[in-house]
Every structure is written in structure tokens, then in C-alpha cells.
Design a protein around this ligand. Structure first.
Ligand SMILES: N[C@@H](CCC(=O)N[C@@H](CS)C(=O)NCC(=O)O)C(=O)O
Length: 336
């Protein structure tokens, strides 16, 4: 018995020393000089390269916020476009440091896939889009419909649940690539395209020949809280990513923006002084410069600025993604 105990204790000690000696993601990111960020292959408003090849969007801004916090330079990000099916393996294998790609926080992903969701950057739900000419007014009229859906998504699972619960049948057309699935839908190869409502609004606004020819049905059949994700087992990196994202929300709540944060560097408000790093040592707690949050807001903007720059032009309302102080769900824990 004694020998067994000794071996077990030795194994545990070895495991611990291995874990403690392994280079943390923050150290690895600092030494390579950039954050490798997994993003969508091209979803307007969330992550898409512009005509000059510069990645833009709400999900991209989470990556830029981390780079601003870590390096004081929001451009120190490299992007890996990932389909829904590729995304978790890319994060688990270390190919990317963060996954910021319209990914729904679920218990399965948070536990058995070995991931940590840092928070929610967009509260969403699954919907259905149909051509107006089909004259469908409700999802309850979709019995027997051909439905375009992407594999490896919560969308696929919710779709099956919803039709079973409603005692309806459907014919799935399962296509992995966004480009191909939207082409299939717009070419009439399926009657319906289903995904997160944000994905529907985005693809309708950016890819339909005439957006007004397509309607999004009133039923929202699921909760899809979307947010950035990191790997299990690296709490310091988890903290850095989490607070970089929270800083954008906290800034909006405090009335700090990229336009006015410089004027606030000499604020007499103690909460603002701490936030911009004029007092206290919050930066040190994160192993970052004390100007980490200032850099996020100065270079990337607050959450509302990102929303307005990326989503408002596509017709998105703040809705439940407004701050809790304005009737929405967006709430950052205190930066203190
Ligand atoms: N939020 C859902 C769905 C996310 C998702 O992948 N949606 C599709 C439709 S907008 C997409 O982004 N496809 C792009 C691609 O796979 O390249 C999830 O996390 O499973």
C-alpha cells in the first residue's frame, strides 16, 4: 500500500511541476509578439476582412482589445479563419490563442470540450429566414420544408429539437461553408436558412441581391449567448482575455470612449482614475501595463462604439445587447 501511495504522490508532484513549468499562453503571446485569433471565415459585422484585407467586426474587436491590453498595440493580432466545424480543434490544439467567432456558450463546450467562455459579447437566438415570395409568416408553417443548416453548430441540434417538439418534419441541406450555404439558399436550393438571428441579419444585409426579398420569421427558438473562448487550464490567460473584453463594456458604462478617454486621464473620479491606470495597480494583477484598459478604449473603443461601427450599419438594434443600465443584459463586473 505504502509503495502505491509513494508512486501516486510522485506522479501528482510531476504533474504539478509540469503544469507550473509549462509556458503560459500570456508568456507565449508576449514572446511571439502577437495574439493568434480564430475568427469566422467572413460574417459581416462580426469578422470579415475589408477591401484592404483588414479584419473588421465585433468579434475581431475582442481580439484587438486583447492585443491592446497586452501590447498597447491593437494591430498585434493574426487571424485564422475557421468554419464552425474546425473551430474547437483549432483552439484545443493551440493553433489559436483565442476563439472569437459567433460561438454559443453551452455546458458541453464549457466542460467536455475543455474550454472556457470569457463572457458574452452578443446575446442572440436562433431564427429562420425565408424568401418573402413563399408567403410564410410563422415557423409553424414550415412542415416539410427544405432547410439549409451548418454542421457542428448548436443550430443543427436546436433545429431537430424544434421540429420534433412541434411534430413537424423537415429536409436538412447540410453545408459546412458559409459562402456555399448562403449561395445555396439565395439560389433557392432550400426554402429556409436557419442560424443565429445575427447571422441571418448579417447575411441578408451583406449577401442578398435585394435584402427586402427575405424575411426573418418571428420565432426565436433558442438562447445563443455568443462570446470569446479560451482553453481550460490557463487561468491567467483566461483573466487577461476576460478583462480585456469587460473593459470595453465597463468603459461604455462609465461614459469613456476612444474620443474622450484622453481628457479623462486627469479625471478626479476615483473609478476612472483606477480604470485608466492613473492610480492603483490593476495592470499588475493581470501581469499587464497599468494602462491596459486605457489602451483598449483608446485603440478599440468601448462596446457601444464597436456595436455602432460594425453592426448598426447592417440594421442591428442594441435590443438586449444594451447595457443593463439601459434595459439590456450587458453587465461587466466591477473593475476594482
Ligand atoms: N452560434 C452557433 C452557430 C455559429 C455558426 O457557425 N454560424 C454559422 C452561420 S452565421 C457560421 O458562422 N458559419 C460560418 C462558417 O462556418 O464559415 C454555434 O456556436 O454553434
Amino acid at each position: 500500500m505504502k509503495a502505491v501511495h509513494t508512486i501516486a504522490a510522485g506522479a501528482v508532484a510531476a504533474l504539478f511541476s509540469g503544469a507550473l513549468c509549462a509556458q503560459s499562453t500570456l508568456d507565449a503571446v508576449k514572446s511571439k509578439g502577437y495574439v493568434q485569433c480564430g475568427v469566422n471565415t467572413g460574417l459581416a459585422g462580426f469578422s470579415q476582412p475589408d477591401s484592404r484585407g483588414v479584419w473588421k467586426g465585433l468579434d475581431v474587436d475582442s481580439c484587438r482589445a486583447v492585443a491592446a491590453a497586452v501590447f498597447g498595440d491593437h494591430t498585434k493580432v493574426r487571424y485564422t479563419p475557421l468554419t464552425a466545424q474546425q473551430r474547437f480543434t483549432a483552439l484545443q490544439s493551440g493553433e489559436v490563442d483565442i476563439l472569437s467567432r459567433n460561438t454559443t456558450w453551452t455546458i458541453t463546450r464549457d466542460t467536455s470540450l475543455g474550454l472556457n467562455f470569457v463572457g458574452v459579447t452578443y446575446y442572440d437566438g436562433q431564427g429562420f429566414m425565408v424568401p418573402k415570395k413563399l408567403n410564410v409568416k410563422s415557423a409553424k408553417q414550415l412542415n416539410g420544408a427544405t432547410i439549409c443548416v451548418q454542421p457542428g453548430t448548436t443550430t443543427e441540434l436546436n433545429l431537430a429539437d424544434y421540429f420534433r417538439a412541434s411534430k413537424m418534419s423537415f429536409k436538412p441541406v447540410v453545408i459546412e461553408k458559409l459562402e456555399e450555404i448562403t449561395n445555396a439558399y439565395f439560389a433557392g436550393r432550400c426554402d429556409v436558412f436557419t442560424t443565429d438571428v445575427s447571422g441571418l441579419v448579417s447575411t441578408r444585409g451583406s449577401r442578398a441581391t435585394n435584402p427586402a426579398d427575405h424575411i426573418i420569421l418571428p420565432e426565436v427558438i433558442s438562447k445563443e449567448p455568443l462570446g470569446p473562448v479560451v482553453r481550460h487550464g490557463d487561468d491567467r490567460w483566461f483573466d487577461v482575455v476576460k478583462w480585456s473584453v469587460f473593459a470595453m463594456l465597463e468603459a461604455e458604462e462609465m461614459g469613456l470612449s476612444s474620443k474622450n478617454i484622453d481628457q479623462n486621464l486627469n479625471s478626479t473620479n476615483p473609478a476612472i482614475q483606477r480604470f485608466v491606470g492613473a492610480t492603483g495597480d490593476i495592470g499588475k494583477m493581470l501581469a499587464l501595463d497599468n494602462r491596459w484598459a486605457y489602451n483598449v478604449v483608446k485603440q478599440v473603443g468601448n462596446y457601444g462604439e464597436s456595436f455602432e461601427a460594425n453592426l448598426t450599419p447592417l440594421g442591428f438594434d442594441r435590443g438586449i445587447n444594451n447595457l443593463w443600465t439601459k434595459g439590456g443584459l450587458m453587465y461587466a463586473p466591477p473593475v476594482r
